[in-house]
Design a protein around this ligand. Structure first.
Ligand code: SAH
Ligand code: SF4
Length: 374
């Protein structure tokens, strides 16, 4: 029934909703599949471009006020390392950021000495895989003390169509076609995906079934919204899970992430232990290292104890600094020492290389910065 479709954008509609739409319009049912293919697989930009549909039905769609609903690219900033930060604007004028990170031999420009060639390099195929970092909300309500997005507060949730739309717009801009091209997706942009759970999970399904990005190439990161961790575990189609831990005890974690008052480390690690991992899957714990705050050898040992028994790896992220963030980035040898303690205790631990810091595209730096650099 049309009545339960509140939006007039095609992006974000599931196959059953498209089926209602074509039936309402007196069209044969197979039109729904054609629409689905055109929106998500061919990634058309307007209803007029859907050449499989009859002229008459295309016109009906336009008359009913339906558009595809892609966000507009309001800004595009290219880093010396190949990372591209997009400013995506929606119909109501709100905007978020979406980050494209090519990886592989030619995708990385090294020390930036080849910066002048970056735009040219972006247009030819110079990567063997890429990761898109997608936003789930305009701003964020969680208020982590080290995060620029947190400083914004939350403006609103994104719809499923707006989440999928960011990815479709980037794929179109980069001329990329999954599943042929290897694209990973991380729900680690602006916002807390688990405070917009229904739209997030609907977007995941559309991305898997429509756009063709396998769920095994997707990761969602949460600050620790415990009930939603259980919900995710019960989904048939779901991304891998990353939990932003950032501190090894409640006292410190509550100071850095006030949400820890509501869901303590005990509840959070219980949810992590209960999370039904698939074959060979590992959970990820993210840990932002703040100089002299949570990066001591003692903290590393506490962390090992905290996560003992969870099949997990740890991603260490040295703080990406920003204006108004009252913490410092630890020196490289402190990061290395922390990492060594975890590895020596048998915890697989990786240091996440910051991407696109120069264009404010790195973790925790997303706040709709309009300038190229700070
Ligand atoms: N809201 C979700 C996902 C977006 S944040 C979450 O918090 O998990 C993605 C990651 O960036 C999180 O692991 C977060 O801890 C990290 N992060 C936030 N601010 C950062 C900063 N200033 N430097 C480095 N990483 C940061
Ligand atoms: Fe929100 Fe994640 Fe930033 Fe915390 S780290 S304020 S949850 S975006």
């Amino acid at each position: 029934m049309m009545t339960d479709i509140k939006q007039s954008t095609l992006l974000g509609l599931a196959l059953h909703e498209l089926t209602s739409l074509v039936e309402e319009s007196g069209q044969p049912q197979y039109r729904a599949q054609q629409l689905f293919e055109a929106i998500y697989r061919q990634r058309v930009e307007s209803a007029e471009q859907i050449s499989t549909l009859s002229q008459e039905f295309r016109l009906t769609l336009v008359q009913k006020g339906f558009s595809v609903g892609l966000p507009t690219v309001d800004g595009k900033f290219v880093s010396v390392d190949g990372t591209v930060r997009y400013l995506m604007a929606f119909a109501d004028g709100q905007s978020v950021e979406t980050v494209w990170m090519p990886e592989g031999d030619a995708g990385e420009a090294g020390d930036g000495s080849e910066a002048g060639n970056e735009l040219e390099k972006q247009t030819s195929r110079n990567w063997d895989r890429a990761t898109i970092c997608v936003s789930s909300q305009v701003g964020c309500a969680v208020d982590c003390k080290f995060c620029l997005t947190g400083l914004l507060g939350v403006k609103r949730n994104l719809t499923a169509g707006e989440i999928v739309g960011q990815i479709v717009a980037v794929l179109n801009d980069q001329h990329v076609a999954p599943p042929r091209d290897r694209v990973n997706l991380v729900f680690m942009g602006m916002g807390e995906p688990f405070l917009n759970y229904d739209s997030f999970i609907k977007a995941v399904r559309l991305l898997v079934e429509g756009v063709g990005i396998p769920e095994s190439r997707m990761t969602v990161s949460t600050a620790g919204i415990v009930p939603r961790i259980y919900d995710l575990g019960a989904e048939h189609v779901r991304p891998k899970l990353a939990i932003s831990l950032n501190a090894p005890n409640d006292e410190l974690r509550t100071r850095l992430m006030p949400i820890n008052r509501k869901w303590s480390l005990e509840k959070l690690t219980a949810a992590a232990r209960d999370f039904p991992l698939r074959n060979r899957e590992r959970l990820t714990f993210e840990y932002v290292l703040l100089d002299e705050v949570n990066d001591s050898e003692e903290n590393a040992r506490e962390l090992v104890e905290l996560i003992r028994g969870v099949r997990a790896k740890v991603n260490l992220i040295a703080l990406n600094p920003g204006p108004g963030i009252p913490f410092q980035t630890p020196a490289q040898d402190r990061v290395a020492r922390f990492q060594d303690i975890l590895i020596d205790s048998g915890v697989p631990t990786f240091g996440r290389r910051p991407r696109g810091r120069d264009i404010y595209a790195a973790c925790g730096q997303l706040k709709r910065t309009l300038e190229m650099t700070a």
